[in-house]
Write a protein that binds this ligand. Sequence first.
Ligand SMILES: C[S@@+](CC[C@H](N)C(=O)[O-])C[C@H]1O[C@@H](n2cnc3c(N)ncnc32)[C@H](O)[C@@H]1O
Length: 281
Amino acid sequence: MGDPGSLPGPPARRSSGAPPHQWPSGAEGHPLQPYDFSTLDFDELWAGREKTTRVEREVVHRSFRGATGTRVLEVGPGGGRITPILRAKFPEYVGVDLTSDFLEKLKAGHPELPWLLVADVQSLPLVDGSFDAVSMVRVYNFLLDPDSAIREIYRVLAPGGRLVMSYHHAPSVGTLLEDVRLCLLDPRPLGFVPVTFSRRELLLPRRSRVLGSLRQAGFEVVEERATGLEDFGPGRWLSERTLLGLAEATSGWSGLPHRFVVARRPGTRLSPLPAVSEILA
Ligand SMILES: C[S@@+](CC[C@H](N)C(=O)[O-])C[C@H]1O[C@@H](n2cnc3c(N)ncnc32)[C@H](O)[C@@H]1O
């Protein structure tokens, strides 16, 4: 998550002419303004957290096991942490991110990636049914209108297409205690925002709300996994194998903070996807 140094200050008052944002009913812990990514440095943010990245890549890999098709959309690749696993599975890769600086850096490191677009997942400039798969890791909590994002992802997926998405959910007693412990040690000990904090910079939904929103958009929820211990407390010392075992074993339990959901657009794709050169709406 973001560097605390880049956290926005108290929510700015909107100018009198601007309409207030309408929150979808039932959204808990909604932020009041977009998160500011302008000063986020992914290299610094993820330094020393390679185990977390390896666990999350493996969870994404397992979540796409058995998926067919050729083209994947990655929403919010940021520094490209999850990108290699998606490229290994799908020959055609398209990335969309709201922050052009992240895409430029990604492109500089990977000139072979021609399809990196600055776009908002809440309103995708992509034609219907143009992807077999969508991945959206660690993005949901930053969205002002996640229901629109989920509807947009459903629209751009072809029938039978698969979404793998992660989110941090509303804090449990355990994660709140961990927040307090970290704050007593140092106000910014880990160099990232503890999204489990009961603060309001980020959307912190309940699991039922996320699953409800997916189903309302038309998705079938296929499976879930839960991670997050690798960044916190004694969980840091557990082996990857144990952490991955826990991810499978705790799939239906909201105790771990970072949840991965696999959802499927019902149906079967009967015609080929449009050519990648024709996906821009
Ligand atoms: C915390 S980073 C996660 C990056 C990467 N997926 C990972 O797990 O390391 C969130 C990313 O989502 C992007 N993002 C935030 N809101 C977005 C939106 N509405 N549409 C597209 N991308 C967005 C940000 O620019 C940033 O790159």
